[in-house]
Design a binder for this molecule. Structure first.
Ligand code: SAM
Ligand code: SF4
Length: 372
């Protein structure tokens, strides 16, 4: 959805810390609109920067100091920020992420409080599922709507190589528990790494189709703490389609994409020749690097320490925690959030030939510290 911006009227920057570049934001413009007419309604809230895995495309093998506990938004602050988003700024859906959100002991309490305040808000969770077997039912009764679980391979050794932790069985137990708790249809997120798990793609798809899980492949983005990403090294969406095409017939899903990041495909047996029918399920491919969808982006991100990031690749962060802790009104917090989103970049600037071209510079934060 886009909005007509009309003729801007200038207004003075509001209060200490306000960004003077946001003064061309038309006064009274509702919601989280940016200069290009996009409206953010999909909120991604990171609950922690901590994680119990160390996926090579996200975190370093060692190190990466955690935030202090009091640097994180508290459960009460989270409830307030989400309330401001929903009541004042047009947020329509919420995804809780991290780091690993299950690391937060108060996760079910956070969800229960959000559910009580917003009975109809879709609340999703992105998790690596380590420990989910013991908590899925509790999260479901707290009011969680749905869940995305990350799983890149069906081989325990490859899992241990990619995540640097031997927790494959725990993840499988978590997935099964989420399904049994009624959190389906389960979505599975996979990142393919060349020469490590790319050959596993068709097996992963077959496994998900058999269980009714929706698999989505995400192109590896330059958000690893090690800064080891290369354009040549990453497995592209076109390659993923080729890998899956060796075992399945893919055809574009006729349902409207509606700004969703994943391009969906219907999956049929490789030699299926009939008209219609034969459908095994669908698969999604999120081509953030090679086929970016910035023009349709509806996301606003809040980091675990309460900073607005208008884009995953943003180098600018706008602090809300300071306002929350200094007696600011909900309207003042909302205005600061609106100013941050007004300045959302048009596109992330990665191009098809190489990192660094087209002015792209990898952000300092890793994916775990932003909230994917
Ligand atoms: N720890 C949880 C998990 O892994 O599901 C939630 C946070 S994680 C940062 C969210 C998603 O980001 C995961 O599906 C993960 O695979 C994905 N991700 C992490 N680093 C990435 C990268 N460099 N490129 C693409 N996706 C990435
Ligand atoms: Fe942890 Fe998720 Fe990053 Fe893996 S992708 S290291 S599970 S935050």
């Amino acid at each position: 959805m886009t909005v007509e911006l009309g003729m801007p009227r200038r207004r003075a920057p509001d209060g200490p810390g306000a960004d003077p570049r946001a003064t061309d934001r038309p006064e009274g413009l509702p919601g989280l609109v940016d200069r290009y007419g996009r409206v953010a309604t999909d909120m991604r809230l990171s609950l922690t920067d901590k994680c119990n895995l160390r996926c090579s495309y996200c975190m370093p093998a060692d190190g990466l100091p955690w935030l202090q506990k009091d640097a994180l938004l508290s459960a009460e602050e989270i409830a307030r920020v989400v309330g401001i988003g929903v009541r004042l700024l047009g947020v329509r859906e919420l995804r809780l992420t991290g780091g690993e959100p299950l690391v937060r002991a108060d996760l079910a309490d956070i969800i229960a409080a959000l559910r009580a305040a917003h009975p109809h808000l879709p609340i999703a969770l992105t998790t690596n599922a380590v420990g989910l077997d013991k908590r899925a039912a509790e999260l479901r009764s707290a009011g969680l709507t749905r869940i995305n679980i990350s799983l890149d391979t069906l081989h325990p050794e490859t899992f241990a190589q990619l995540t640097r932790r031997p927790f494959f069985d725990r993840v499988l137990a978590g997935i099964e528990a989420a399904d049994a708790a009624g959190l389906g249809p389960i979505k599975i997120n996979s990142v393919l790494m060349r020469g490590i798990n790319d050959a596993d793609a068709p097996d992963l798809l077959a496994w998900c189709l058999e269980r009714g899980y929706e698999l989505r492949f995400i192109e590896q983005m330059p958000l690893d703490a090690d800064h080891g990403w290369t354009r040549q090294g990453m497995v592209t969406a076109a390659e993923v389609r080729g890998l899956l095409g060796s075992r399945f017939q893919l055809s574009p899903d006729p349902r409207a994409r509606e700004g969703a990041p994943a391009e969906r495909f219907e999956v049929r047996p490789l030699h299926y020749g009939g008209q219609g029918g034969g459908l095994l399920g669908t698969v999604g491919i999120i081509a953030s690097v090679t086929e970016p969808f910035c023009a349709d982006c509806k996301r606003t991100r809040i980091t675990a320490e309460g900073k607005v990031m208008s884009c995953l690749f943003s180098h600018e962060e706008v602090d809300l925690r300071g306002l929350l802790r200094s007696g600011a009104s909900d309207e003042q917090v909302a205005q600061r959030w609106q100013e941050a989103m007004w300045l959302k970049p048009k596109a992330h600037g990665m191009d098809h030939t190489g990192l660094g071209a087209d002015g792209f510079v990898q952000p300092d934060r890793s994916m775990s510290a932003i909230g994917g």
